[in-house]
Design a protein. Structure first.
Length: 87
């Protein structure tokens, strides 16, 4: 959850249309996975920034961070020559 992976198209029809396929793994919005240390490190979660935004529900804060991570990683996979998607 909160990640993206790149695969190559399997069938001939897909290969004609795409050179790669990016899959995202977004969280269930109100039911995110537990924030383990490994997952927190992977998504580079910054709890202090989220609290400053005034959002109160910790599950929603965590879900939003996981969702951001999905899309940030998908852009990093799709456009590896650009390295500043963290901004």
């Amino acid at each position: 959850v909160g990640m993206a992976v790149l695969t190559f198209p399997g069938g001939r029809d897909l290969q004609r249309q795409f050179d790669r396929i990016i899959h995202t793994v977004p969280p269930f919005y109100k039911y995110p996975p537990s924030p383990t240390n490994e997952l927190i490190d992977h998504v580079r979660f910054q709890d202090d920034i989220s609290r400053e935004e005034g959002i109160g529900d910790p599950n929603i804060i965590w879900s939003e961070e996981l969702l951001r991570s999905c899309y940030r990683q998908s852009f990093q996979l799709a456009f590896p020559q650009i390295n500043n998607f963290d901004d």
